[in-house]
Design a protein around this ligand. Structure first.
Ligand code: ZN
Length: 249
């Protein structure tokens, strides 16, 4: 792995633009349960249909009661960025990473200090009024619902929705087109902790235009075979080692 890391570090240093695309593997390394897959909470603990946009519109009170239960499971009070998040923030700070595009909604990249951040599926730490688009801290809404005063309502009369892309809801087209442009303009694309099974992340690597592709993921992805670098290893080991190889001690 060391030779490959050193070579990827050289590529990152030489790149005019480098982008990281991250998925659930970054979150699970911080102790956040995964939604999908064998141990995923969809199906076992939570019914995905309860979090459908239709449910929110039809039964906002019931939706929010379930959502608070999910939020407490997903974002426990002590959740914190891990060495993988920190490494990506460091690479950006040192000028060797242009942006992070993430499928995760936990906000941990921002907490770690990543500044140019595209959150494709939104951010569960915020809520947004379904009518006027005003945003507020999710903590406020969660406390309100937990006290039995839900659903959280806006001054305009609208109801606050978690600021994430719900089932049945489209992605923010601006975030998606920015992500596509970043990938198309990149010289190096590092996919970390994503199996690239869920759209739109699943199609983003195909937008690269000659960029070197590195995949850091335990499982095989549809792009692993065509990647220049293939690390079947832990993101919290590979990314810090990469940051160290690029930036020094
Ligand atoms: Zn409003």
């Amino acid at each position: 792995m060391d030779d490959a890391l050193a070579a990827l570090a050289d590529d990152l240093r030489a790149a005019d633009s480098a982008v990281a695309l991250t998925g659930a593997g970054l979150s699970t390394a911080s102790g956040i349960p995964s939604f999908r897959g064998e141990d995923g909470i969809w199906g076992e603990e939570f019914d995905p249909q309860s979090f459908h946009l239709r449910r929110f519109r039809r039964d906002p009170e019931g939706f929010w009661t379930d959502r608070v239960r999910l939020q407490e499971r997903m974002l426990p009070d002590d959740v914190a960025p891990n060495a993988g998040h920190e490494a990506l923030a460091r690479l950006e700070r040192e000028g060797s990473l242009t942006a992070v595009i993430t499928q995760n909604t936990d906000g941990l990249h921002a907490t770690a200090g990543t500044e140019r951040l595209i959150e494709l599926h939104g951010n569960a730490r915020r809520v947004v009024c379904d009518d006027c688009g005003t945003r507020r801290d999710a903590e406020w809404a969660v406390a309100l619902v937990a006290d039995g005063d839900g659903p959280p309502t806006c001054e305009c009369g609208g109801i606050y929705k978690p600021d994430v892309v719900l089932f049945g809801e489209d992605l923010d087209p601006a975030a998606l087109s920015t992500a596509r442009e970043l990938v198309a303009d990149s010289d190096v694309l590092v996919v970390a902790g994503s199996s690239l099974q869920v759209q739109p992340a699943a199609s983003l690597p195909a937008q690269r235009d000659g960029a070197t592709l590195a995949v850091v993921n335990y499982e095989l992805t549809p792009f692993t075979a065509s990647a220049e670098y293939d690390f079947r290893a832990d993101v919290t080991e590979v990314l810090p080692a990469l940051a160290q190889a690029v930036c020094g001690e």
